[in-house]
Design a binder for this molecule. Structure first.
Ligand code: 0O2
Length: 247
């Protein structure tokens, strides 16, 4: 049963309503609504404010994870000749795609339901030069005592049928607020430069064809994924040779 006393409980429990609310939220709460609709405008304002507070916790979680990654990177670079991280990107799911996922998962339109079921509101993508760096970063982060691992999907050891490779983890990280500590989930995607290059091109093609990628192109993408994987193996071996040479 939904908690109807929660400020975000929407009486007309339809997903369409929530979607409309979010679309119109800014206009309405900025006063673009007739006086007969004051109560509704107030509800919109409340929803917007609650959503802003809600997303802020995920932004704090991103900040916490980013700091951990920066420390690992700096410490590693101090002691070694190369960096295990090429670049890091963070993203906070937009309210629109959050609602789209709520609709897809058929969730109650409450923040509790969202928090319990959607774990990729905060996302961090770490791109590494070599495959071994991917597992090094993953091990370093997940062995930290304040991090809890909720889920691991290793699409490097077991690539998706389309060729997608990446290590996915859902972790929680503590966020220390003024009156409580919350353990906020963050999705980590860790992959090599070659895997990332492939994924970004595949994503654009997938988007262009709205998911219905022609068979020929699909085959080419799978071949390209194999080529990227074999490049990773070769580069890993070459790096091994350089390291041996230096010792
Ligand atoms: P965005 O904007 O990148 O976040 P779910 O996330 O619950 O819908 P699932 O199966 O739990 O789906 O998650 P999965 O498969 O681990 O994928 C989550 C994210 O991984 C995706 O996020 C993509 O970023 C990336 N990803 C997964 N599969 C592919 C793929 O085949 N190609 C590419 N390019 N990226 C992939 P979203 O939700 O798609 O969007």
């Amino acid at each position: 049963m939904p908690d109807t006393s929660h400020p975000l409980h929407v009486e007309r429990n339809t997903q369409a309503l929530l979607q409309d609310m979010l679309t119109e939220l800014n206009q309405l709460s900025d006063g673009g609504i007739g006086s007969g609709h004051d109560r509704l405008a107030e509800q919109f304002r409340q929803l917007r404010d609650e959503l802003t507070r809600f997303r802020l916790r995920y932004k704090f979680a991103l900040d916490a994870v980013t700091t951990k990654i920066d420390i690992l990177r700096e410490e590693f670079e101090e002691a070694h000749e190369h960096s295990p991280i090429e670049h890091v990107r963070t993203r906070l799911k937009s309210p629109q795609s959050l609602v789209a996922k709520m609709v897809k998962l058929d969730l109650e339109p409450t923040m509790e339901a969202v928090q319990a079921s959607i774990h990729d509101i905060a996302g961090v993508r770490i791109v590494c030069p070599f495959a071994s760096d991917v597992y090094w970063i993953s091990d370093m982060l997940t062995s930290q005592p304040d991090i809890t691992v909720l889920e691991v999907e290793d699409y490097i050891r077991a690539p998706k049928p389309n060729g997608y490779r990446s290590l996915h983890l859902i972790i929680t990280v503590p966020v220390y607020l003024s009156d409580r500590t919350e353990h906020i989930p963050v999705e980590l995607q860790i992959r090599t430069i070659a895997m990332d290059f492939w994924a970004s091109v595949e994503h654009q093609i997938h988007y262009k064809y709205e998911g219905a990628v022609p068979d020929g192109l699909r085959d080419e993408l799978r071949d390209a994924a194999d080529t990227a994987a074999s490049l990773d193996v070769t580069m890993g071996r070459l790096r091994g040779e350089i390291t041996e040479f230096q010792h």
